[in-house]
Design a protein around this ligand. Structure first.
Ligand code: ADP
Length: 447
């Protein structure tokens, strides 16, 4: 097993990785920007190295500084967390070229899944169901028109290099296609430096359901069931559940078997998530994330597994040591992403947190790097806490979440706590009957 792991990230996820390492008697190295010198991940880690100024491109994306930090501290592995360098194939390559283990998939698979067209190609070959669409990149507007006629409007133009919902445009009819084509390409070029786009049928009322997988280096692949991440605003997830209120155990088993067989053929290793749209009982693959996801705790709660420890174990070459039949699902878990944003306008609200009080009690988990007196810096993602609850049933999880939200205090900055309270109180959310469009309507309804 590794002796010392460098955590190439910040905030709650850096803490999350640190916690797994500590319990496995692995020493940790935190890296941080000058803006994060007093951050909790720096305070808790065994060692820390400042890797640059506040701007992420000069610190958390500064590959040379991170590799130097790993070298001078004698780390033997690097965990990238999520975001930043976690899905950068060249980074994974460089980490290994410098003699460190990369805690994640191979650079080849990161690269393949990072290009959504290549990812869909791979999944098609492996027999995983896809959203109907173009067979690859669209070469011209004429080709886009032809594909749209074939799969029928509405259609979605998506960036091959896409992420965070950017470079994605809907055309409801032929007269909207040219505009959608032009805007999607311009956005893709600006955001990713790559204007390759492809087309998918725009599903009008899908749920976003994703499957958590884990693979070792010996060809063993298992899945830890699904998460329902349909509650989104501008394609950003706000609330996640495990399991999905819409899925039966038989449906989970069927898609799980298809995916694990496919990934085993591919030789995939470490953690991964396959994202699907689910409508009318049909799964359609949209993308694969080759890293730990923000919402992984809901899976951990229902499966009783520590996904980061599993990542560390398989990255060190250990076998999974259990089979699919050994994985069971108990109760229901919900996560609320608490961000430093105005709960109505979603304007960022960084600044000093005067008082922070985390809720507790049975079945409550808080993953957060907050503390009283901490100043949330304006330079990074606005996520400040993940409030996760586990209950025997979905109804119990919802009442537990309402109770936990009411106990939580983040005073001094605005947060989305009041919005989460409203969602948990809503009868339609409580019924479990919602699609990816539900939350935007819910937020919009408030005059
Ligand atoms: P990104 O990588 O930018 O997050 P995804 O492909 O994961 O893009 O899609 C993000 C979200 O956009 C999905 O969760 C879903 O809400 C919506 N979406 C993506 N593809 C479609 C589609 N074909 N039809 C309807 N909604 C879609």
């Amino acid at each position: 097993m590794f002796k010392k792991v460098l955590i190439a990230n910040r905030g709650e996820i850096a803490l999350r990785v640190h916690r797994a390492c500590q319990e496995m008697a692995i020493r940790t190295v935190a890296v941080h920007s000058t803006a994060d010198a007093t951050a909790m991940h720096v305070r808790l880690a065994d060692e820390s190295v400042c890797i640059g100024p506040p701007a992420a491109r000069d610190s958390y994306l500064n590959v040379a500084a991170i590799l130097s930090a790993a070298s001078i501290t004698g780390a033997d592995a690097i965990h990238p967390g999520y975001g930043f360098l976690s899905e950068n194939a060249s980074f994974a390559e460089m980490v290994e070229a410098h003699g460190f283990a990369f805690i994640g998939p191979t650079a080849e698979h990161i690269r393949m899944m990072g290009d959504k067209i290549a990812a869909k190609d791979a999944m098609r070959r492996l027999g995983v169901p896809l959203v109907p669409g173009s067979d690859g990149a669209l070469e011209s507007l004429e080709e886009a028109r032809a594909v749209a006629e074939r799969i029928m409007y509405p259609v979605l133009i998506k960036a091959a290099a896409g992420g965070g919902g950017r470079g994605m445009k809907v055309a409801h009819s032929a007269d909207e296609l040219e505009e959608a084509w032009r805007v999607a390409r311009t956005e893709a070029k600006a955001a990713f430096g790559n204007d390759a786009v492809y087309m998918e049928k725009y599903l009008d009322r899908p749920r976003h359901i994703e499957l958590q997988v884990m693979a070792d280096m010996h060809g063993n692949v298992v899945h830890f069931g699904e998460r329902d991440c349909s509650l989104q605003r501008r394609h950003q997830k706000l609330v996640e559940e495990a399991g999905s209120p819409a899925l039966t155990a038989a449906e989970r088993e069927a898609i799980g078997a298809q995916v694990t067989q496919g990934l085993s053929k591919l030789g995939y290793r470490n953690a991964g998530t396959l994202e699907f749209l689910w409508q009318d009982g049909q799964f359609s693959f949209i993308e694969m994330n080759t890293r730990l996801q923000v919402e992984h705790p809901v899976t951990e709660m229902v499966c009783g597994v520590d996904l980061v420890k599993e990542q560390l174990r398989v990255a060190a070459g250990e076998r999974l040591g259990y089979a699919q039949e050994d994985i069971s699902f108990t109760g229901h878990a919900i996560e609320c992403r608490i961000t430093a944003e105005d709960p109505e306008s979603f304007a960022p609200s960084p600044g000093r947190v005067n008082t922070y009080h985390a809720p507790g009690g049975l079945g409550v988990r808080v993953d957060s790097a907050l503390y009283s007196g901490y100043a949330v810096p304006p330079h990074y993602d606005s996520l400040v806490a993940k409030l996760v609850v586990h209950g025997k049933s979905r109804a119990e999880a919802i009442s537990r979440m309402r109770r936990a939200l009411s106990e939580m205090v983040v005073d001094g900055i605005r947060t989305t706590l009041p919005l989460h309270q409203r969602i948990m109180e809503d009868p339609q959310f409580q019924s479990g009957d919602y699609t990816i469009h539900w939350l935007e309507r819910f937020v919009g309804l408030r005059g």
